[in-house]
Design a protein around this ligand. Sequence first.
Ligand code: AMP
Ligand code: ZN
Length: 114
Amino acid sequence: MENCIFCSMVSGEIACDKVFEDDEVLAFHDINPKAPVHIVIIPQAHIATLNDLDEAHAPLVGKLFLAAQKLAKEQGFADAGYRTVMNCNRLAGQSVFHIHLHLLAGRLMGWPPG
Ligand code: AMP
Ligand code: ZN
């Protein structure tokens, strides 16, 4: 997808601080972290919003969460706790229209989120 910053990271056109990559998923440090650990986990395929998912995407979405779990275990915060968030559209504050799972850790997370 042209003009998508996350697609440009997948293609290597724009650099990112990569922490994990496989055939379907890419994860990198958020450029504007909201917690001591803030990793963005994306599918390599362009999907604009959560509203654009269909049944065929279910395994791919599962892989985003499995990547979050793997990183949490590897980086040692799985037991202490962490939060995963996927924002959808304007009221949730989605700013990049290529779906992504935020992985946040390293501090107490407030509830409900703001
Ligand atoms: P959202 O607001 O849920 O769409 O999240 C988009 C996230 O992508 C934000 O947390 C941004 O800080 C992050 N982000 C945007 N551009 C970059 C970039 N070039 N490298 C890393 N993270 C980015
Ligand atoms: Zn994209």
